[in-house]
Structures are given as structure tokens and as C-alpha cells.
Design a binder for this molecule. Structure first.
Ligand SMILES: Cc1cc2nc3c(=O)[nH]c(=O)nc-3n(C[C@H](O)[C@H](O)[C@H](O)COP(=O)(O)OP(=O)(O)OC[C@H]3O[C@@H](n4cnc5c(N)ncnc54)[C@H](O)[C@@H]3O)c2cc1C
Length: 191
């Protein structure tokens, strides 16, 4: 069978690969001069490619990593341990481990303990289903402490302190932190 796939982003290229693996003839149509879509790169100097947007890849992103390996690009993946910081009271502060939570002095000690307990709870949750009907801001205020907590945790990621964001976001964030030792900063070029 002959297939046409519109768009050479990650999705279109993966669909094309899977169809080709099944023996089909595939043509990918792309309007941009280079493939990759939102995950694409552009050449800033000869041979030096920069991503159009920032991206993270974690070892827990098993399907994406398996695809990269399958494409023979596994060698180009470099795994680093990122440091996660927040900007509070005109200072950049690290906030990405039990110790940095417990010593996070912009929050009173009680709030730090509640924040640590809330994060531990999110970490132990097998999935986010029980959080689906609650907003992140409300959940964080109820479980993790005073009004400053949602503001701090959500700053830079979302606006309005999580007022309309599902609390599943917290579960996803902690899931991401769980694999923080395996964050990848340099992506394989799609060019
Ligand atoms: C700032 C930012 C950060 C992100 N961070 C992450 C991250 O850390 N981890 C993660 O997993 N995801 C991240 N994402 C999301 C990820 O980049 C996208 O989900 C993914 O790249 C989407 O792939 P896609 O193939 O579905 O769509 P797209 O990448 O949008 O590809 C669609 C392609 O179709 C082409 N096209 C559209 N219409 C036509 C047409 N009529 N004719 C021909 N071609 C057409 C477009 O030019 C484009 O190349 C991020 C996205 C952004 C913007």
C-alpha cells in the first residue's frame, strides 16, 4: 500500500517509520525546509544546531529512548543530572531533593514539612487518577501548606499559581523529578 504522511514532526516521522517497517511505501510531506517540527533544530553556525524550543528527555521516557536507540542515535544521547531551582525573594534557590526542601528558608518550618510530606505522597501515588478533579493550586494549599507553596512550585511554569491547573500536574512533576538523575540536555539532531 502507498501512504502519504503530512508533517515531518516526531509523530509524522514515527508513523512513517512504522508503516515502512510493515513494508508499505511512504511519502512524508513537510512544508518546512528541515524536518522535526516543534522538536526540530536550526543551524546557528556551520555544523552547530540548536533546538527551536527547549526540551527535556528522561530515562523514564522509555518509548522515546527506544525509538532513538532504534534509529541508531543512542550514542549521541548524553545523560546529565540537572539542578532544579526556583526564583524566590530575588534569589535563585535549589529545590529538588528532600534536603533542599527541608532547608528551604523562604518557607516556615511547618510548611517545609508539609511540602515534603505532600511531595512524598505524590511520589508514592501509583497514578494521578485520584487527583483528576482538583486544581493544583487548591490541592497544594490544602495538603502542602500556606499560600506561598503553589506560588513557588508553579512559578515559571504556569501563571495564576495553579488556579485552573489540574493537580495531576504535581504528580507529573514529581514523576519527572523521580527520574531527574537521567535528564538529557543535548538532543540528537533531527537534521
Ligand atoms: C517550548 C516547548 C517545549 C517542549 N518540551 C517538551 C519536552 O520536554 N518533552 C516532550 O516530550 N515534548 C515537549 N514538547 C512537545 C513536543 O515538542 C511536541 O509534542 C512534538 O514535537 C509534537 O510533534 P508532532 O509531530 O505531533 O507535531 P509538530 O512537531 O508540530 O509537527 C508537525 C509538522 O507538520 C508540518 N505541517 C503542518 N501542516 C502542514 C502542511 N499542511 N503541509 C506540510 N507540512 C505541514 C509542520 O511544519 C511540522 O513540521 C515541547 C514543545 C514546546 C513548544
Amino acid at each position: 500500500m502507498r501512504y502519504g504522511v503530512i508533517g515531518a514532526g516526531a509523530l509524522g516521522l514515527t508513523v512513517a517509520l512504522r508503516l515502512a517497517e510493515q513494508g508499505h511505501e511512504v511519502t512524508v510531506l513537510e512544508r518546512d525546509p528541515v524536518p522535526g517540527g516543534l522538536a526540530g533544530s536550526f543551524e546557528v553556525a556551520p555544523g552547530i544546531w540548536l533546538e527551536k524550543f527547549y526540551h527535556h528527555l528522561f530515562k523514564t521516557d522509555r518509548f522515546a529512548v527506544a525509538l532513538i536507540e532504534q534509529l541508531g542515535l543512542g550514542e549521541t544521547l548524553q545523560w546529565h543530572r540537572p539542578v532544579t531551582t526556583v526564583f524566590v525573594d530575588d534569589k535563585v534557590r535549589q529545590l529538588d531533593s528532600p534536603m533542599t526542601v527541608l532547608t528551604f528558608d523562604p518557607l516556615p518550618v511547618v510548611d517545609r514539612l508539609r511540602l515534603a510530606a505532600g511531595l512524598a505522597y505524590l511520589r508514592l501515588l501509583p497514578n494521578a487518577r485520584s487527583l483528576e478533579r482538583r486544581t493544583a493550586g487548591r490541592w497544594m494549599r490544602q495538603v502542602m501548606g500556606g499560600p506561598k507553596v503553589p506560588e513557588i512550585l508553579a512559578s515559571g511554569r504556569i501563571t495564576a499559581g495553579g488556579k485552573s491547573l489540574s493537580s495531576c500536574w504535581g504528580n507529573r512533576e514529581v514523576y519527572t523529578y523521580r527520574s531527574r538523575n537521567s535528564c538529557q540536555r543535548r538532543s540528537p539532531s533531527v537534521s
